[in-house]
Design a protein around this ligand. Sequence first.
Ligand SMILES: C[S@@+](CC[C@H](N)C(=O)[O-])C[C@H]1O[C@@H](n2cnc3c(N)ncnc32)[C@H](O)[C@@H]1O
Length: 241
Amino acid sequence: MPVSDTSRDTLDKTLLLWWEDFYLPIFEYILPKMPQLAGKKVLELGTGTGGTATLLAKRGASVVGIDLLPFRLTEAKARSAEYNVTESVEFALMDAMHLAFPDNTFDFIISKSVLVFTAHTQTAKECYRVLKPGGKAIFIENMRHHPAVWFYRKAFLKYSGKLHYFSLHDVKTVGAEFDGLEHREFHLSAVSALFWQKCISISLFYKWTFRILKAIDTALLKCLPFLKRFCWITAIICHKD
Ligand SMILES: C[S@@+](CC[C@H](N)C(=O)[O-])C[C@H]1O[C@@H](n2cnc3c(N)ncnc32)[C@H](O)[C@@H]1O
């Protein structure tokens, strides 16, 4: 039986796990795209330590979280137990590019920072196959062209050269495997607020700079949509008719 969360409108930020201030507006955008989660079957690709799977199970969904790493699945199971949703979540060792589920199985599919590790089109094709008609696949992915993030990856993330970060063209390529596509890009100047968290830690400065820059980004992206390609994160919502 799925467990439902009585406070389901309150997002538990701790389940966003990392960069939670940056992922919060993204989850506030995508969660209304998955209405009435109670009893719905959800697949999470690359569940990692199970934060998103647990968050969705707390909202009543019946979730299957898959990952390629067994130790991550052990951590994910422990997290779901910590939040008392073990009956609503299963975890399985599986490759997102080769899903061992029959066609038309899931109402929703979600992933966060996972398609970048895979061949986008192959994963999208598999998602389309296992999605029920009327279902949605939601991919929250890291983009390629944010100048500061690009520099950070080059300088500090040795493995980043192997990842397939998203351009707007890649977003459209993934969307082309489905019957409908909407997407929204997040965080342009707001990334600079991290200076007050990572370089000189002054939490009040961080909080206010982030808040102000986030508002500036919203206005900027509305007035100058070509800047979307320079954002840090994209939320891609794909529909199956
Ligand atoms: C950056 S982590 C994100 C974890 C989790 N989604 C989160 O937001 O906390 C990427 C995860 O995707 C998993 N992964 C990478 N390639 C995968 C694949 N082909 N199939 C399934 N999982 C994969 C990794 O093992 C890792 O746990």
